[in-house]
Design a protein around this ligand. Structure first.
Ligand code: ADP
Length: 311
């Protein structure tokens, strides 16, 4: 039985590269088009599989080509897709992404099938969740369903990792059921209604969430790394690894996947944060979502290269 279940979204990212973003009513000829499998849930499950751990992905796609592609991509990585449901009532979720030459983007997401996943489908994965160690969720699915899943896992002693993205305010009742909450700085700002500019401000805001009952708050800080505040208030900081960033898509998702692997292996916080920062750093060195995620071999090579530099 898999120890980790990810209940989350799949989105097909449709990415056009343009010199500049078009004005109202304007048609532009762009540079390129790529279709990248992504979605926060799928990215996190794919990271775990690429790092060599068994993982179940539960989610929903439409009865269409993008849905078929979702299954193909996740299967090829070894993610268990037995619980990837297909609906006839909605199309597979998409992200319509336009990126200009400065790397600035505009994104429209149509969640589609992701929002059709309901309590009926969750009923079918209850046994799998009950026998798992960790349930990973984000906020791209129907919120009522997400709350039900959290209640169920919490009630059955299954640890919960919630990546609160896209961010929304969360009730105290929900927060106290969360074992690992993983906002980035912006999400932390929305969760706590504060403006977060510095690591110190992030730590203070994370402390407020711990006071509300979250057991561990792990804040990702982009090129500044990450910080972990646990329920005793103890702080573990870890710097990011210096890389040439090409595209930050899926950095947070890869960090979350690596974090989950470390939690399951019961490693100490420094070790977990170090690996999650390495995985995040490697992800930003490549374009796209799932195809940018490092494999365990690439992670190992990166570690050896770092060691050579440090020696
Ligand atoms: P999100 O993608 O959710 O906004 P972050 O931008 O905080 O998340 O990135 C997640 C993690 O990825 C960071 O904690 C860090 O480990 C890594 N990371 C992100 N950007 C960079 C970067 N420019 N250089 C090195 N590591 C990075």
């Amino acid at each position: 039985m898999n120890k980790i279940v990810v209940l989350g979204s799949f989105m097909m990212d449709l990415v056009t590269k343009v010199e500049r973003l078009p004005k109202n009513g304007e048609t532009l000829v762009g540079h390129s088009f790529t279709q990248n499998a992504g979605g926060k849930g799928a990215n996190q499950a794919a990271t775990i599989a690429k790092l060599g751990k068994p993982v179940t992905f539960a989610g929903m796609v439409g009865n269409d080509d993008f849905g078929l592609e979702a299954k193909k991509v996740l299967d090829s990585l070894g993610v268990s897709t037995d619980n990837l449901e297909v609906t006839n009532t909605s199309a597979t979720g998409i992200g319509n992404v336009m990126v200009d030459k400065e790397g600035m983007n505009r994104i429209v997401i149509i969640p589609g099938a992701n929002l059709v996943y309901s309590a009926n489908e969750f009923e079918r994965i209850k046994e799998i969740v009950r026998s798992s160690e960790l349930l990973i969720l984000q906020l791209e699915m129907d919120f009522e369903l997400t709350k039900q899943a959290i209640d169920f896992a919490h009630g059955n002693g299954v640890k919960i990792l919630l990546n609160p993205a896209p961010a929304r305010t969360l009730s105290k009742d929900l927060l106290k059921k969360i074992d690992y909450l993983t906002p980035n700085e912006t999400e932390l700002g929305i969760l706590t209604n504060q403006s977060i500019q510095t690591t110190e401000e992030a730590i203070q805001a994370a402390r407020l969430l711990v006071e509300e009952g979250v057991k561990n708050v792990i804040v990702t800080l982009g090129e500044n790394g990450a910080v972990w505040i646990d329920e005793s208030g103890s702080i573990t900081k870890m710097k990011a690894f210096s890389v040439d960033a090409v595209d930050t898509v899926a950095a947070g998702d890869s960090f979350n996947g690596a974090l989950a692997c470390g939690i399951i292996d019961d490693l100490d916080k420094e070790e977990i944060l170090k690996t999650a920062n390495q995985v995040g750093a490697l992800t930003v060195t490549k374009a796209g979502a799932i195809q940018a995620l490092p494999t365990i071999d690439e992670l190992e090579e990166f570690r050896q290269a770092i060691n050579r530099i440090e020696v």
